[in-house]
Design a protein around this ligand. Sequence first.
Ligand SMILES: Cc1ncc(COP(=O)(O)O)c(C=O)c1O
Length: 482
Amino acid sequence: MANIKFFLGEEIPLEMHKVRMVQRLDLVPIERRLAAIEEAGNNTFLLYNKDIYLDMLTDSGVNAMSDQQTASMLVVDDSYAGSATFTRLNDKINEIFGKKYFLPVHQGRACENLLSQYFVKKGTYVPMNYHFTTTKAHIMINGGEVLELLMPEAVKPTSSEPFKGNLNLDELQELIATAGAEKIAFIRIEAGTNLIGGQPVALDNFIEAGKIANKHKIPFIIDASLLADNLHFIKTREEKYKNHSIREITEILSKTADVIYFSARKLGHVRGGGIITNDETIYKNLLEMLPLYEGFSTYGGMSVREMEAMTIGLDETMDEEMINQGPIFIKFMVEELVKLGVPVITPPGGLGAHLNAMEFLSHIPQEQYRAGALGSALYIASGVRGMERGTISEEREADGSDHLAAIELLRLALPRRVFTLSQIKYTIDRIAWLYENRKLIGGLEFYEEPKVLRFFFGKLRPTSDWQQKLVAKFKADFGDSL
Ligand SMILES: Cc1ncc(COP(=O)(O)O)c(C=O)c1O
C-alpha cells in the first residue's frame, strides 16, 4: 500500500496490486441465512461456502497468492525424497531466517504436536504471551500447563499501547525464580498474538525474552505464523527499528530464538508449515518423529506445488509493500467502526478486525456465549462469516465448568488481498445496523459439545426466539434488499 495523498482529502487504503482472477460470490436471502445458521448449530465453522457472502472466518490458507506464486506451482520437482523444490525452499528459509535446519510439516499445529511431544513433560510449565487454541491443546495433552504472562494492557479492549502482545518479562523472571528453570519446558512468544486481536510483539521484547531464556538455558520458541503483520508493526510502531528493512528485522528476531515454527497457511500464503532451528540436537530428535506424523524430511506432508509457492511467498513477505496491505485495510475498518461507536479492539492489530462482544452484547450472560451469539447474528444480518474467539474457544476446566474467557471477540479476518473496499464498507454497514439493534440478540447454549477443541464441531441453539425477531426487524428496515 503506497503513501498517496488524495486531492479531495479522502483517506482510504490504496492497493498496490490488481486482481486478475476472480471467484463468483452470492448473497443468499435472509430466510436462507437463518436456516443455514440453524443447520450449522450456530457454529460458523459448520456453514457451507455456498451460503456465505464474505468469508471472514480466517486468513488461514485463503490469502490471495501472487502471480509469481501461482506460476511457480507449474515448475516443480516432484519426488518423495530429495526434490529440488525442497532444496529451493530450504535455501530460502536459510537466507531469510539465518538458521540451518528446516523441518517441513503439513500445517502449523503439526509443529505444535512435534514440539510438545519433544519438550513437554508431565508437570512442566510453558509460559507464553498468550495461548493459541491448538498450541494449548497439544501442551495439555502432553501433561504440560500453559501460563499466560500478559502485559496489563493486553486484554484491555481499548488501548493506545502499540505492543499489547508483549510477554510480561517481570512475571517470567518471577516464574523462573519460584518454579525453577528445569520445570519450564520452553518459553513461547506468539508473534501477532491471534486470540487477543492480532496484537503485535515488540522486537525488543523478543530480544529480552531470548536473553532470559538463554541465561537459564530454557528453550525459546517463537510461533511465527502471524509474523508478517508483526514485522510491519515493528517497522511502523517501534521507533528504534523504523529505518531497518523487513529483512533486517527478521534477522534480528530470528537470532533471539532456539526454534521458530509457523503455519504457512498464514506466513507465505500457501498451505503448509515448518520448524526452523540451528540446534542440531533438537533437529535430529524432531527429525526422528517427522516420518511418523508428517512425511519424509523433504516434503513433510506438503505437496511440492505448495512448497514451491511458499518459497516465493516467503520472499515476498520481506517486501513492506506486500505485508502492509492487511494491517492497513484492518486499520481502515477498525477506525470506521470506532467512529460509529461500535466496540472494537484497539489499537487495530493484524489478522482482522475484532468486535468486542463482551461490550457489544453486555446484556447477555457470559455463560451464554456472547461472541458466539454475535457471530451468529452477524451472519444472519449480512452473510458475513466471522469466528468466535471467546468462551466457546476455551477448554472446560477439569471440574467440567466453563472457563470464561478474559475477552469475548468476534474476529472478522481479512485474508490478504482478497476483499475490496466496498465489501469492507458493506460489512461495516451491517455491523452498524446490528449494533443499533443489539438488544434483539440473545444467548446460545450447547446441545452437542465435543471434549476437545469444541469450537470446531460443537453445536448450539438460541436460548429464545431472538433470531426470528432479528430477521423480522431486518425485513422491516431493509425491505426486499438482500
Ligand atoms: C498463531 C498460530 N499458531 C498456530 C496456528 C495453527 O496453524 P494451522 O492452522 O496451520 O494448523 C495458527 C492458526 O491459525 C495460529 O494463528
